[in-house]
Design a protein around this ligand. Structure first.
Ligand code: C2O
Ligand code: CU
Length: 497
């Protein structure tokens, strides 16, 4: 076990205010937590449609764009190695435009990956994505993934409106470990939104996205800075509900934590001071459990943790996000998110073994870095335009430009480097990666499993390696702070035979 007490708690507090709406008073936890419906057939159909969702305990429901009528959408739950088809049917209003759905953390063909500009789903039409849930001839590792919209320039808007759902890949071998299962295994989707007085979503995009001269967005003509924290919402939601409670037994609970926010980081902690035992990343089990007082997750990061409520019958325990400031300008939020009411008794027999799943060695890692990706804010001076945009290697995303080519079945070592003055959370599509080093050192124990999204503080450098298998084609990499992604901080690579 590795114990860390509040790593990175330094400097002064950063309080983040969303652009719209009032700061909420501390919540009273009036609604029971919903667990999204689980779909587990081999061909699943999910309509994309407008729906009224119960987010606040009181007052009107919130009209959203949803997968299947709920927010988050239904949880897709499948066994590793089981081919899965999911048909998404576009029944959203016309102004939603065309859609594309990405299985985040998945390993699938380029046409099934939810490309931002290709293979789009037009209004009234549908598209079937095929997920083999296999990797290099073997069942893909069990993972806690999610699916979400990925449409060019409007990914933030579409996710804000509600197009997100969880995707759980299970593995029967995991069962033997004795980790909590059934009702003791709870998926938790965290996000934040701002609301009007009548509980409707605020619109943080109107002013920012398309307001400049000559068809250029204002941030590209220098009229204002590129959108940054527009999508920081005032209220933090758990499984699409504001301040829910969950009644639990005094036993062990496996909590799958997904930060599905568009921009915010959450630093999870428990109000009674007890620790989390982290057993996995989003990409499956760690080699061994790690004890952590707090778990910091940025957008799209997931953690698989076990919480111990034994001996706490009668108590109410809060799951909160604690304020934290690094030198980044993003910090994390300060709020109580949900309440666990520990009641009753249980004869549950669950445990966290001292060893979970060894990380299979990655053979053939090259001595040299094959590609360096530098995340920065660039200035543009061309054609009478001046402005700034989020960039990778100094370039704004362009669908017609290939940024890197990779040979099928080769292993590459990539360096991810943040040369800007704020934190970014970088996501690489398609493969699951080994984290070789963080700032030249061994990565922390919770980064010693597979990973697909990394925190990069200003000046930080993370070196990762993976083998490219199965599917030739084009895949994305980008900052998962969706305002940054939508405004240039995305690149693409092609796997070639
Ligand atoms: Cu969560 Cu490119 O995606
Ligand atoms: Cu970013």
């Amino acid at each position: 076990f590795y114990c860390v007490f509040h790593p990175g708690m330094r400097g002064t507090l950063t309080v983040i205010g969303g652009p719209v709406g009032e700061v909420p008073a501390p919540p009273s936890f009036d609604q029971a937590l919903r667990i999204p419906k689980v779909l587990s057939g081999d061909h699943i159909t999910i309509p994309m449609k407008k729906a009224d969702v119960r987010i606040m305990a009181d007052g009107p429901k919130t009209t959203m764009w949803t997968y299947g009528g709920s927010y988050p959408g239904p949880t897709i739950e499948r066994r590793a190695g089981q081919q899965t088809k999911v048909t998404f049917v576009h029944k959203l209003p016309k102004d939603a435009g065309s859609m594309t759905v990405h299985h985040h953390g998945g390993h699938q063909s380029s046409a099934d990956d939810g490309q931002p500009t290709k293979h789009l789903i037009e209004k009234g039409a549908k598209r079937t994505y095929t997920y083999a849930l296999r990797d290099a001839g073997k069942p893909a590792p069990a993972a806690f993934n999610f699916y979400h919209d990925h449409r060019m320039h409007v990914t933030a808007r579409n996710n804000w409106r509600g197009l997100q759902g969880m995707f759980l890949i299970t593995d029967p071998k995991e069962k033997k470990l004795g980790l909590p299962t059934g009702k003791y295994d709870v998926p938790l989707h965290f996000s934040d939104r701002s609301f009007t007085a009548s509980n409707q979503l605020s619109d943080p995009f109107g002013h920012a996205a398309h307001s400049g001269h000559g068809g250029m967005p204002g941030w590209m003509t220098g009229e204002h800075a590129p959108p940054n924290d527009a999508t920081v919402g005032q209220r933090i939601l758990v499984n699409g509900q504001y301040a829910p409670y969950l009644t639990v037994k005094p036993g062990l609970y496996r909590l799958r934590l997904l930060n599905a926010s568009l921009f915010s980081a959450y630093d999870f902690a428990l109000s009674d001071g007890s620790a989390f035992t982290q057993v996995g990343t989003g990409s499956g089990l760690l080699p061994a459990p790690v004890t952590r007082q707090d778990v910091l997750l940025g957008p799209a990061q997931r953690a698989d943790v076990v919480v111990d409520f034994r001996g706490k019958a009668g108590q109410d325990v809060l799951l909160s996000t604690i304020p934290r400031s690094d030198s980044t300008g993003t910090g994390s939020r300060n709020a109580a998110l949900m309440q666990f009411r520990v009641r009753g008794t249980t004869s549950q027999k669950a445990r966290v073994p001292g060893k979970l799943r060894p990380l299979a060695p990655l053979k053939g890692v090259p001595g040299k870095v094959s590609k360096t990706w530098t995340f920065d804010l660039s200035e543009m001076h061309s054609g009478g335009q001046h402005g700034s945009f989020w960039s990778i290697n100094g370039k704004m995303f362009k669908a017609s430009r290939m940024d890197h080519k990779v040979r099928m079945n080769s292993v590459e070592k990539w360096k991810l480097r943040n040369t800007s003055d704020m934190t970014h959370y970088v996501h690489l599509h398609q493969e699951q990666w080994h984290t070789l080093s963080r700032d030249g050192d061994e990565p922390p124990p919770w980064e010693q499993g597979l990973e697909d999204t990394w925190r990069l503080d200003p000046g930080e450098e993370v070196v990762v390696a993976a083998r490219f298998t199965d599917f030739p084609g084009v895949f994305m990499l980008h900052c998962h702070m969706l305002d940054h992604e939508d405004h240039g901080m995305m690149a693409q690579f092609e796997i070639v035979r």
